[in-house]
Write a new protein. Structure first.
Length: 305
Protein backbone atom coordinates (compact mmCIF):
# COMPACT_ATOMS: atom_id res chain seq x y z
CA UNK A 1 0.00 0.00 0.00
CA UNK A 2 1.09 3.57 -0.72
CA UNK A 3 1.42 6.03 2.13
CA UNK A 4 3.28 8.92 0.43
CA UNK A 5 1.62 12.19 -0.52
CA UNK A 6 -0.06 12.75 -3.87
CA UNK A 7 -2.88 14.78 -5.43
CA UNK A 8 -5.98 13.85 -7.39
CA UNK A 9 -7.43 16.28 -9.93
CA UNK A 10 -11.00 15.66 -11.15
CA UNK A 11 -13.04 17.73 -13.64
CA UNK A 12 -16.61 18.92 -13.28
CA UNK A 13 -19.21 17.53 -15.64
CA UNK A 14 -22.57 18.26 -17.17
CA UNK A 15 -25.00 15.42 -17.79
CA UNK A 16 -27.87 14.51 -20.11
CA UNK A 17 -27.30 17.25 -22.74
CA UNK A 18 -31.07 17.18 -23.15
CA UNK A 19 -32.50 13.80 -24.16
CA UNK A 20 -29.36 11.80 -23.28
CA UNK A 21 -30.95 11.26 -19.88
CA UNK A 22 -28.70 9.47 -17.35
CA UNK A 23 -26.40 8.34 -20.18
CA UNK A 24 -24.47 11.26 -21.73
CA UNK A 25 -21.82 13.19 -19.82
CA UNK A 26 -19.37 15.95 -20.75
CA UNK A 27 -16.32 16.82 -18.65
CA UNK A 28 -15.72 20.54 -18.12
CA UNK A 29 -12.56 22.49 -17.30
CA UNK A 30 -13.57 23.31 -13.74
CA UNK A 31 -11.62 21.18 -11.29
CA UNK A 32 -11.43 19.79 -7.80
CA UNK A 33 -7.93 19.04 -6.48
CA UNK A 34 -7.48 16.77 -3.45
CA UNK A 35 -4.08 16.70 -1.74
CA UNK A 36 -3.64 13.40 0.09
CA UNK A 37 -1.13 12.85 2.89
CA UNK A 38 -0.74 10.43 5.83
CA UNK A 39 -2.60 11.26 9.03
CA UNK A 40 -3.59 9.72 12.36
CA UNK A 41 -7.30 10.37 11.66
CA UNK A 42 -9.38 10.98 8.59
CA UNK A 43 -9.41 14.76 8.23
CA UNK A 44 -10.93 16.74 5.36
CA UNK A 45 -10.22 20.45 4.87
CA UNK A 46 -11.89 22.60 2.20
CA UNK A 47 -9.93 25.70 1.27
CA UNK A 48 -12.74 27.46 -0.63
CA UNK A 49 -15.94 29.15 0.52
CA UNK A 50 -19.24 27.35 0.07
CA UNK A 51 -18.18 23.98 1.44
CA UNK A 52 -18.63 24.73 5.13
CA UNK A 53 -21.57 22.36 5.58
CA UNK A 54 -19.81 19.29 4.19
CA UNK A 55 -18.58 16.59 6.58
CA UNK A 56 -14.88 16.76 7.44
CA UNK A 57 -14.28 13.27 8.82
CA UNK A 58 -15.13 9.65 8.05
CA UNK A 59 -18.63 10.61 6.88
CA UNK A 60 -17.28 12.78 4.04
CA UNK A 61 -18.31 11.37 0.64
CA UNK A 62 -14.73 11.07 -0.60
CA UNK A 63 -13.63 9.24 2.53
CA UNK A 64 -16.71 7.00 2.51
CA UNK A 65 -15.92 6.02 -1.07
CA UNK A 66 -12.30 5.20 -0.22
CA UNK A 67 -13.15 3.14 2.85
CA UNK A 68 -16.02 1.32 1.16
CA UNK A 69 -13.75 0.21 -1.68
CA UNK A 70 -11.18 -0.98 0.86
CA UNK A 71 -13.88 -2.95 2.68
CA UNK A 72 -15.02 -4.55 -0.58
CA UNK A 73 -11.45 -5.62 -1.29
CA UNK A 74 -10.87 -6.86 2.25
CA UNK A 75 -8.03 -4.37 2.75
CA UNK A 76 -7.17 -1.71 5.31
CA UNK A 77 -6.63 1.70 3.72
CA UNK A 78 -4.01 4.08 5.16
CA UNK A 79 -5.74 6.87 7.08
CA UNK A 80 -5.16 10.18 5.30
CA UNK A 81 -5.63 13.90 5.45
CA UNK A 82 -7.42 15.44 2.46
CA UNK A 83 -6.98 19.11 1.58
CA UNK A 84 -9.42 20.17 -1.12
CA UNK A 85 -9.57 23.08 -3.52
CA UNK A 86 -12.50 23.25 -5.93
CA UNK A 87 -13.82 25.44 -8.73
CA UNK A 88 -17.00 23.36 -8.89
CA UNK A 89 -20.13 24.87 -7.33
CA UNK A 90 -22.01 22.53 -5.00
CA UNK A 91 -25.53 21.46 -5.88
CA UNK A 92 -25.55 23.38 -9.16
CA UNK A 93 -25.86 20.54 -11.69
CA UNK A 94 -22.12 20.29 -12.43
CA UNK A 95 -21.48 16.82 -11.05
CA UNK A 96 -20.01 17.77 -7.67
CA UNK A 97 -21.01 14.46 -6.06
CA UNK A 98 -19.66 12.46 -9.00
CA UNK A 99 -16.42 14.44 -8.76
CA UNK A 100 -16.11 13.51 -5.08
CA UNK A 101 -16.80 9.84 -5.81
CA UNK A 102 -14.30 9.84 -8.70
CA UNK A 103 -11.70 11.35 -6.36
CA UNK A 104 -12.44 8.64 -3.80
CA UNK A 105 -12.02 5.90 -6.40
CA UNK A 106 -8.69 7.31 -7.58
CA UNK A 107 -7.45 7.72 -3.99
CA UNK A 108 -8.41 4.14 -3.13
CA UNK A 109 -6.81 2.87 -6.32
CA UNK A 110 -3.59 4.68 -5.47
CA UNK A 111 -3.40 3.93 -1.73
CA UNK A 112 -4.35 0.27 -2.11
CA UNK A 113 -2.44 -0.29 -5.41
CA UNK A 114 -5.54 -1.85 -6.97
CA UNK A 115 -4.57 -1.20 -10.60
CA UNK A 116 -8.21 -0.77 -11.57
CA UNK A 117 -8.98 -0.41 -15.27
CA UNK A 118 -10.86 2.66 -16.49
CA UNK A 119 -13.99 0.57 -17.01
CA UNK A 120 -13.72 -0.91 -13.51
CA UNK A 121 -13.49 2.60 -12.07
CA UNK A 122 -16.56 3.76 -14.00
CA UNK A 123 -18.51 0.64 -13.02
CA UNK A 124 -17.68 1.24 -9.35
CA UNK A 125 -18.66 4.90 -9.54
CA UNK A 126 -21.87 4.19 -11.42
CA UNK A 127 -22.89 1.81 -8.66
CA UNK A 128 -22.48 4.59 -6.11
CA UNK A 129 -24.21 7.21 -8.28
CA UNK A 130 -26.95 4.98 -9.68
CA UNK A 131 -26.19 6.12 -13.24
CA UNK A 132 -23.06 6.56 -15.35
CA UNK A 133 -23.32 9.99 -16.97
CA UNK A 134 -21.41 12.33 -14.63
CA UNK A 135 -19.07 9.74 -13.14
CA UNK A 136 -17.88 8.43 -16.51
CA UNK A 137 -17.13 11.95 -17.76
CA UNK A 138 -15.34 12.84 -14.50
CA UNK A 139 -13.15 9.75 -14.70
CA UNK A 140 -12.47 9.67 -18.45
CA UNK A 141 -12.82 13.27 -19.66
CA UNK A 142 -14.35 14.38 -22.95
CA UNK A 143 -17.82 13.09 -23.80
CA UNK A 144 -19.05 9.73 -22.56
CA UNK A 145 -22.14 7.89 -23.76
CA UNK A 146 -22.92 5.05 -21.37
CA UNK A 147 -25.26 2.14 -20.84
CA UNK A 148 -25.59 0.98 -17.22
CA UNK A 149 -28.33 -1.25 -15.83
CA UNK A 150 -26.90 -1.72 -12.36
CA UNK A 151 -24.75 -4.67 -13.44
CA UNK A 152 -23.64 -4.46 -17.08
CA UNK A 153 -21.90 -1.45 -18.59
CA UNK A 154 -20.80 -0.25 -22.01
CA UNK A 155 -19.23 3.13 -22.78
CA UNK A 156 -18.47 5.05 -25.95
CA UNK A 157 -15.78 7.64 -25.18
CA UNK A 158 -15.28 10.70 -27.39
CA UNK A 159 -12.08 12.22 -26.00
CA UNK A 160 -11.88 15.62 -27.69
CA UNK A 161 -15.24 17.29 -28.46
CA UNK A 162 -14.67 20.40 -30.53
CA UNK A 163 -16.95 22.98 -28.93
CA UNK A 164 -17.17 25.52 -26.14
CA UNK A 165 -19.87 26.23 -23.58
CA UNK A 166 -21.35 28.71 -21.15
CA UNK A 167 -22.82 27.63 -17.83
CA UNK A 168 -25.49 29.83 -16.25
CA UNK A 169 -25.33 29.20 -12.52
CA UNK A 170 -28.11 30.52 -10.25
CA UNK A 171 -27.42 31.57 -6.66
CA UNK A 172 -29.47 28.78 -5.07
CA UNK A 173 -28.44 25.11 -5.02
CA UNK A 174 -30.84 22.28 -5.85
CA UNK A 175 -30.74 18.73 -4.54
CA UNK A 176 -30.84 16.11 -7.27
CA UNK A 177 -33.47 14.22 -5.28
CA UNK A 178 -35.78 17.25 -5.32
CA UNK A 179 -35.33 17.71 -9.05
CA UNK A 180 -36.00 14.03 -9.75
CA UNK A 181 -39.17 14.34 -7.72
CA UNK A 182 -40.58 16.60 -10.44
CA UNK A 183 -40.41 13.86 -13.07
CA UNK A 184 -43.42 11.72 -13.97
CA UNK A 185 -43.48 8.05 -13.13
CA UNK A 186 -44.04 7.17 -16.78
CA UNK A 187 -44.23 8.66 -20.28
CA UNK A 188 -46.43 7.72 -23.18
CA UNK A 189 -44.88 5.48 -25.81
CA UNK A 190 -45.02 8.33 -28.34
CA UNK A 191 -43.21 10.77 -26.01
CA UNK A 192 -40.54 8.22 -25.14
CA UNK A 193 -40.04 7.40 -28.81
CA UNK A 194 -39.51 11.07 -29.72
CA UNK A 195 -36.97 11.63 -26.97
CA UNK A 196 -35.22 8.35 -27.76
CA UNK A 197 -34.91 9.40 -31.41
CA UNK A 198 -33.52 12.78 -30.35
CA UNK A 199 -30.99 11.06 -28.06
CA UNK A 200 -29.92 8.73 -30.88
CA UNK A 201 -29.29 11.61 -33.28
CA UNK A 202 -27.64 13.63 -30.49
CA UNK A 203 -25.18 10.79 -29.79
CA UNK A 204 -24.37 10.27 -33.46
CA UNK A 205 -23.92 14.00 -34.02
CA UNK A 206 -21.56 14.33 -31.04
CA UNK A 207 -19.53 11.38 -32.33
CA UNK A 208 -19.15 13.23 -35.66
CA UNK A 209 -18.44 16.59 -33.94
CA UNK A 210 -21.56 17.95 -35.64
CA UNK A 211 -22.55 20.30 -32.84
CA UNK A 212 -25.10 22.20 -34.91
CA UNK A 213 -27.19 19.03 -35.16
CA UNK A 214 -26.36 18.07 -31.58
CA UNK A 215 -27.54 21.49 -30.38
CA UNK A 216 -30.89 21.11 -32.11
CA UNK A 217 -31.37 17.67 -30.57
CA UNK A 218 -30.46 19.01 -27.10
CA UNK A 219 -33.58 21.15 -27.29
CA UNK A 220 -35.94 18.31 -28.26
CA UNK A 221 -35.97 16.52 -24.92
CA UNK A 222 -39.24 15.32 -23.42
CA UNK A 223 -37.72 13.08 -20.74
CA UNK A 224 -37.14 15.85 -18.21
CA UNK A 225 -36.98 19.43 -19.54
CA UNK A 226 -40.75 20.05 -19.67
CA UNK A 227 -41.03 19.12 -15.99
CA UNK A 228 -37.98 21.01 -14.71
CA UNK A 229 -37.84 24.19 -16.80
CA UNK A 230 -40.16 26.02 -14.41
CA UNK A 231 -37.27 26.05 -11.93
CA UNK A 232 -35.26 28.39 -14.17
CA UNK A 233 -36.03 32.13 -14.25
CA UNK A 234 -36.34 33.34 -17.88
CA UNK A 235 -35.60 29.90 -19.35
CA UNK A 236 -37.40 30.52 -22.65
CA UNK A 237 -35.92 33.99 -23.11
CA UNK A 238 -32.42 32.69 -22.39
CA UNK A 239 -32.86 30.03 -25.07
CA UNK A 240 -34.18 32.61 -27.55
CA UNK A 241 -31.32 35.04 -26.87
CA UNK A 242 -28.73 32.28 -27.18
CA UNK A 243 -30.23 31.10 -30.47
CA UNK A 244 -30.13 34.65 -31.81
CA UNK A 245 -26.46 34.86 -30.90
CA UNK A 246 -25.51 31.67 -32.68
CA UNK A 247 -25.42 29.14 -29.85
CA UNK A 248 -25.78 25.51 -30.86
CA UNK A 249 -28.32 24.76 -28.14
CA UNK A 250 -29.45 25.38 -24.57
CA UNK A 251 -30.45 22.74 -22.06
CA UNK A 252 -30.54 21.98 -18.34
CA UNK A 253 -27.21 20.92 -16.85
CA UNK A 254 -27.88 17.55 -15.23
CA UNK A 255 -30.78 17.84 -12.81
CA UNK A 256 -30.25 21.63 -12.59
CA UNK A 257 -30.38 24.32 -11.42
CA UNK A 258 -27.69 25.46 -13.90
CA UNK A 259 -28.19 25.85 -17.63
CA UNK A 260 -25.77 24.59 -20.28
CA UNK A 261 -25.22 26.49 -23.54
CA UNK A 262 -23.22 24.75 -26.27
CA UNK A 263 -21.37 27.15 -28.57
CA UNK A 264 -18.69 27.25 -31.25
CA UNK A 265 -15.12 26.92 -29.99
CA UNK A 266 -13.62 30.28 -29.07
CA UNK A 267 -16.81 32.31 -28.59
CA UNK A 268 -17.69 31.13 -25.09
CA UNK A 269 -16.06 34.07 -23.25
CA UNK A 270 -17.80 36.71 -25.34
CA UNK A 271 -21.20 35.04 -25.00
CA UNK A 272 -20.72 34.60 -21.25
CA UNK A 273 -20.12 38.35 -20.87
CA UNK A 274 -23.21 39.21 -22.92
CA UNK A 275 -25.42 36.78 -21.05
CA UNK A 276 -24.13 38.06 -17.70
CA UNK A 277 -25.17 41.59 -18.68
CA UNK A 278 -28.61 40.48 -19.87
CA UNK A 279 -29.39 37.90 -17.15
CA UNK A 280 -27.74 39.18 -13.94
CA UNK A 281 -29.56 36.61 -11.81
CA UNK A 282 -27.12 34.00 -13.13
CA UNK A 283 -23.36 33.70 -12.79
CA UNK A 284 -22.29 33.09 -16.39
CA UNK A 285 -19.13 30.97 -16.68
CA UNK A 286 -17.26 30.34 -19.94
CA UNK A 287 -16.00 26.74 -20.03
CA UNK A 288 -14.42 24.24 -22.39
CA UNK A 289 -14.44 20.45 -22.47
CA UNK A 290 -11.87 18.85 -20.20
CA UNK A 291 -9.94 16.43 -22.36
CA UNK A 292 -8.38 14.82 -19.29
CA UNK A 293 -10.42 12.92 -16.77
CA UNK A 294 -9.37 12.23 -13.18
CA UNK A 295 -5.60 12.28 -12.77
CA UNK A 296 -3.09 11.37 -10.08
CA UNK A 297 -0.25 13.84 -9.56
CA UNK A 298 2.62 12.40 -7.53
CA UNK A 299 4.69 14.61 -5.24
CA UNK A 300 8.01 14.36 -3.38
CA UNK A 301 9.84 13.08 -6.46
CA UNK A 302 7.71 9.96 -6.69
CA UNK A 303 7.78 8.17 -10.01
CA UNK A 304 4.49 7.04 -11.55
CA UNK A 305 3.66 3.39 -11.21
Amino acid sequence: MVESSFSVVVPASTANLGPGFDSIGLALNLYMTVDVSPSEDWEVTYKDDGFEDLPTGEDNLIVKTVTDIADRKGLVVPVSRLIIQSDIPLGKGLGSSATAIAAGIEIANQLLVLNLSEKEKVLLGSGYEGHADNISAALLGGVTISYFDGVAMDIVHIPEPKMGAVILVPPEALLTEASRGLLPGELSHAEATRSSAAANVLSAAIARDDWETAGRMMEKDTFHEPYRKKLFPEFDRIRKVCQERGAYGVTISGAGPSLFVAVKQGVESELAMRLAAEFPYYDCIAVKPSIEGAMIELRKEQAPR
